[in-house]
Design a protein around this ligand. Structure first.
Ligand SMILES: *Cc1c(COP(=O)(O)O)cnc(C)c1O
Length: 373
């Protein structure tokens, strides 16, 4: 996409790596020199640093975000036959993690303004078999946690927050991850991204953290002593070392994302499209800046013609994906999520983007909207 002259790519990994290149090279060299590649000092240091950064009681590194969700559910006691309520408007990996934990995903519709689930929509999906809830802080916008925590407590449900898009988001005056059990992905496009796969669980529950450490390493309590049926889901030392270079920049990157989102919201005010809103309780970390338009595909094409790359998160809600057909959901079951999937469009937004690039996007959106009239 950067091939289009004067255009704006959706993301620019090169820019972030270039800015940190010497520190990243030094971190990788440190691991190569150490000769220790799995579950070692870098991973342990990263866990301590994540714990401190997010204000969690414990952080446990795992192989990726999907396994972070699976691990947290299994460690919270989810068993085959259980139901787990989640959002249909998310990366399908959220529901896949629930299936891998042996449970059945049950979808709660989203709130029309924020596109995240709420205590009201989750309550409608609870049955006697429900064992846990996995709310998704979609696009970096947190769900309204307090009512959801009350609901979970009232029904004796585990709450595992999918914060794979929400590193740096705040709920009221608290950082997402400072309490409860929260999963992070370090997939390269995420707000805190490795240069490969990675994930972590942050938790206030030290016993759960101990079970996670056992789970990720084959269920071993000590070497060759397998006491439970865990798996292999380890964050490698090179990725941990790279994440340690990036973590100290996360807050500044979040502020930059917020500034860019501010430009979009100010400059697109009054344009003929629906802008994303922040709920009064929320401080989004703007993983994605998602607008809505009835003729989304035509708008995307008109932007592409003007050199602006966009993506759709997500064109098909999880309950309508072929892989999940056996769950028995169909068109019309979750009307708000389905309407959103037809209309959402993600504009470019990444910390290295300049104000000028944001204004280029704004001008292109305004022209594209005129062309659609
Ligand atoms: C990225 C993502 C995941 C999966 O994380 P991986 O590290 O790719 O396994 C799960 N849920 C959401 C909301 C995500 O954005």
């Amino acid at each position: 996409m950067s091939a289009i002259r004067g255009g704006v790519p959706f993301v620019d990994f090169g820019a972030q790596v270039a800015g940190l290149r010497r520190e990243i090279d030094a971190a990788v060299r440190r691991v190569l020199d150490s000769g220790w590649f799995i579950l070692g000092p870098e991973g342990e240091a990263l866990e301590r640093e994540l714990q401190a950064h997010f204000g969690a009681a414990a952080a446990v590194g795992v192989g990726n975000g999907t396994e972070a969700i699976q691990a947290a559910l299994e460690a919270a006691g989810v068993r085959p036959g259980d139901e787990v309520v989640t959002s249909p408007l998310t990366a399908a990996f959220t529901a896949l993690a629930i299936v891998r934990a042996g449970a059945r995903p049950v979808f709660a519709d989203v709130e029309p303004g924020t596109l995240v689930v709420s205590a009201e929509t989750v309550a409608a999906a609870i049955t006697p078999r429900t064992r846990a809830v996995v709310p998704v802080h979609l696009y970096g916008h947190p769900v309204d946690l307090d009512p959801l925590r009350d609901l979970a407590a009232q029904h004796g449900l585990a709450l595992v927050e999918d914060a794979c898009q929400a590193h740096g988001a705040r709920y009221k005056d608290r950082r997402v991850g400072a309490s409860g059990t929260v999963t992070l992905s370090f997939y390269p496009t995420k707000n805190l991204g490795a240069l490969g796969d990675g994930g972590a669980v942050l938790t206030e529950d030290l016993a759960l953290a101990a079970r996670l450490k056992e789970w990720r390493n084959g269920g071993q309590r000590a070497r060759y002593e397998h006491v439970s049926l865990g798996t292999n889901s380890r964050l490698d030392e090179i990725q941990a070392a790279i994440l340690r270079v990036k973590l100290p920049h996360l807050d500044a990157w979040t502020e930059r994302r917020r500034a860019l989102a501010g430009i979009y919201r100010r400059e697109l005010e009054g344009a003929e499209l629906e802008l994303p809103r922040e709920a009064p309780y929320a401080r989004s970390c703007w993983h994605l800046f998602v607008v809505r338009h009835r003729r989304r595909d035509a708008l995307a094409a008109a932007l592409r013609a003007r050199g602006v790359e966009t993506l759709v998160h997500y064109p098909v809600p999880v309950h309508l994906q072929a892989a999940f057909q056996a769950l028995g959901w169909g068109e019309g079951c979750l009307p708000r999520a389905e309407a959103a999937a037809r209309e959402v469009l993600s504009l470019p937004l990444y910390p290295e983007m300049t104000d000028e690039q944001a204004l280029t996007v704004v001008a292109a959106v305004r022209q594209a909207l005129v062309s659609l009239r």
